[in-house]
Design a protein around this ligand. Structure first.
Ligand SMILES: Cc1cc2nc3c(=O)[nH]c(=O)nc-3n(C[C@H](O)[C@H](O)[C@H](O)COP(=O)(O)OP(=O)(O)OC[C@H]3O[C@@H](n4cnc5c(N)ncnc54)[C@H](O)[C@@H]3O)c2cc1C
Length: 357
């Protein structure tokens, strides 16, 4: 079995590469939301842990399952403000550009349908009516400003008073169901390497995480790793000289093109948003595959080493998301193919995992 002896890191304060030798190494670097032009995720959600684990020989699993949150405050920012489902749970309603409620056309639960259904419905309404957003009506919720003070204040700062105005919303990438394959103890397929939180995939979220389960996931599996890692800390010995002697500098990534990381990042985010987003098909996925490959080959290191590492990681993981989405010829949870719109349990009730050979 492969073994992990620690991590190679770049220290941003000292501006130095460093090697940490460790008996147990835990990846908890969050999801891959920044792969997309519009996301609820912070800037740091660049899939670093997934890419590092993949390079080290660990498997990534279920990567085609990306969850898009349907009601995110419309803006041109990459990182967008999420308007919680609880708003619709309390009676918030969706209207299209013509002022019509539309969710009854798509699902019996209307506004309370699953996230992927509501996201696709919004995309469909926008495409049909030539708009970039639909409206969320919260005026129907009594004391809405007290029940949702954060949403109230954020919208107010943007000139929207949720007590009387409709709020423009559209979907954005929100959660990565896939990740580094782990068992329920947080162990990866590399001895000494653990992963938890959004970067990991135990499979508990299936193809479509339910709201609020990811914080629970982080707490449960994070704690299990700590409990189990105690054993490895006592049992394992590492010979530092042997580790350093076996290290091959050729593992370190080398840039070879002319597109800077700052240029490449928005290009990748647009490719992913337009071709590997809420609705995919074979043509769009093949196009994305080709464009990502070219971007990868044309990448230059640029001025900032962190930006460079991040875009390499994003490209690495994006390629896997695209490949998984291309191979999975059905629709399930967060993965919707317009050319294979139905769930196909006979052929596809299974996971796909990717390992660097
Ligand atoms: C707006 C929003 C609302 C949400 N609401 C809910 C909710 O109500 N309930 C729920 O269950 N889930 C919710 N989620 C999902 C949940 O917040 C995340 O899945 C969860 O926070 C992931 O936790 P994590 O510890 O795995 O990663 P994160 O919380 O993303 O933490 C990852 C950390 O790793 C650091 N990091 C990343 N890369 C590197 C690197 N290369 N080197 C060093 N450090 C690195 C980051 O800076 C960050 O500190 C929400 C998510 C968003 C975006």
């Amino acid at each position: 079995k492969k073994e992990c002896y620690g991590a190679l890191v770049y220290d941003t304060e000292e501006k130095k590469n460093k090697a940490y030798i460790a008996r147990a190494t835990i990846l908890a670097t969050g999801g891959a939301g920044q792969l997309y032009k519009y996301s609820t995720n912070p800037d740091v959600a660049t899939a670093d842990g997934m890419a590092a684990a993949f390079r080290a020989g660990s498997s990534l699993v279920d990567m085609e399952f990306i969850q898009f949150h349907p009601t995110v405050l419309y803006s041109h920012d990459t990182q967008r403000f999420l308007i919680s489902e609880a708003v619709r749970g309390e009676g918030g309603l969706l209207y299209n550009k013509k002022g019509e409620r539309f969710m009854s056309k798509y699902h019996a639960l209307e506004e309370l349908a699953p996230r992927d259904v509501v996201s696709r419905a919004i995309v469909n309404e926008c495409a049909q009516l030539g708009s970039e957003y639909v409206y969320l009506d919260m005026t129907v919720i009594p004391n809405v400003e007290k029940r949702f003070p954060n949403i109230f204040n954020t919208c107010l700062k943007r000139g929207i008073d949720i007590r009387k105005d409709y709020v423009p919303v559209s979907p954005a990438a929100h959660y990565t169901m896939g990740g580094i394959a782990t068992n329920t103890k947080g162990e990866t397929d590399i001895y000494g390497l653990y992963a938890c939180g959004e970067t990991a995939c135990t499979g508990v979220h299936g193809a479509n995480r339910l709201a609020s389960n990811s914080l629970l996931d982080g707490i449960v599996f994070g704690q299990r790793i700590v409990d189990n890692a105690e054993e490895i800390l006592y049992r394992r010995t590492i010979d530092k000289d042997e580790v350093f002697n076996s290290f091959e500098p050729s593992w370190v990534l080398k840039p070879h093109g002319h597109i800077s990381p700052q240029e490449a990042r928005p290009l990748l985010q647009t490719i992913m948003w337009e071709n590997v987003g809420i609705i995919r098909d074979e043509t769009s996925l093949k196009k994305a595959n080709y464009m990502i490959e070219n971007l990868y080959n044309d990448l230059a290191q640029g001025e900032s080493i962190i930006d460079y590492y991040e875009i390499v990681n994003m490209l690495t993981v994006a390629k896997i998301v695209v490949q998984g989405a291309l191979w999975r010829k059905e629709s399930r949870g967060g993965h919707y193919r317009s050319d294979y719109p139905y769930r196909d349990d006979i052929h596809w009730a299974k996971h796909m995992s990717f390992t660097n050979c």
